[in-house]
Design a protein around this ligand. Structure first.
Ligand code: GTP
Ligand code: MG
Length: 241
């Protein structure tokens, strides 16, 4: 359950207005505990197969799917990649990924505002992933709820597009604290906007001093080299373990 937005992940409790605060906290801890246990199983599976799993989180429309299709097209000669797509509705994003030739599995969360570890476990049972590959898990577009839910990934990667405003890391600190990497996307649009990219980076470091920051344009290709290089290094580290 995501108690913050009352997304109704756990239907029988969230709609009961008489639930006391303590009870709500106990329920939340229980749900997160169960989620974490399944996330650990997913992580063990990834480790055994030397898969680099990344959880891509952002608000809707920051360019997660565009970044993934550009990444796959740029790197498919040297990296094996697959995608799990999370959206409330439609299989549009999985369809966009499949056009690139990479396998994609679509999860629809309905009213749910984030993926959870058990949804990913179900997807893993349906997919055949190559040893040593990279699995991108594109979360539901939402800058709040996905921060709390471990899916078993090695890293959360937060994507922030320049049209969203440079103060987002301060306004949604949980997400930028949970992420190991921030990608500032759509930098091709910077000439048309008042977006202070250095200030944005400073804000992100204010909430998470160790966050790694990359700047990309998924559409022009600028900055994609550094991103693909990071993926290559991280994937190689998984293969050494
Ligand atoms: N100019 C520009 N547009 C971009 C860039 N990346 C994505 N877009 C556009 O932004 C829009 C949203 O991109 P998506 O890839 O669908 O974004 P998303 O984060 O996957 O969206 P959800 O899955 O709905 O959360 C599309 O029209 C993209 O073409 C970029 O680097 N530059
Ligand atoms: Mg998408």
């Amino acid at each position: 359950m995501c108690t913050h937005c009352g997304c109704g992940h756990d239907h029988h409790h969230t709609h009961d207005m008489s639930v006391s605060n303590e009870r709500a906290i106990a329920i939340e801890e229980d749900i997160l505990g169960r989620n974490n246990a399944i996330a650990d199983e997913n992580r063990a599976y990834f480790r055994q197969k030397q898969i680099l799993a990344l959880n891509l989180v952002s608000s809707p429309g920051s360019g997660k799917t565009e970044l993934l299709t550009a990444t796959i097209l740029a790197a498919k000669a040297q990296l094996k990649m697959a995608v799990i797509e999370g959206d409330q509705q439609t299989s549009n994003d999985a369809d966009r990924i499949r056009v690139t030739g990479a396998p994609a599995y679509q999860i629809n969360t309905g009213k749910g505002c984030h993926l959870d570890a058990s949804m990913v476990r179900t997807a893993l049972q349906e997919m055949t992933l190559d040893n040593g590959s990279i699995l991108f898990i594109e979360n539901v577009g939402n800058l709040v709820c996905p921060a709390e839910f471990d899916l078993g990934e090695a890293h959360k990667v937060a994507i922030l597009s320049v049209t969203e405003g440079e103060d987002k890391p301060l306004k949604y600190p949980d997400m930028f604290r949970a992420a190991d990497v921030m990608i500032i996307n759509k930098i091709d649009l910077l000439p048309y906007l008042r977006f202070d990219i250095d200030r944005c980076e400073a804000y992100a470091r204010q909430v998470n001093p160790s966050i790694r920051i990359l700047r990309t344009s998924a559409t022009s290709g600028e900055g994609m080299d550094a991103w693909v290089k990071w993926l290559t290094v991280e994937s190689a580290l998984c293969n050494l373990e």
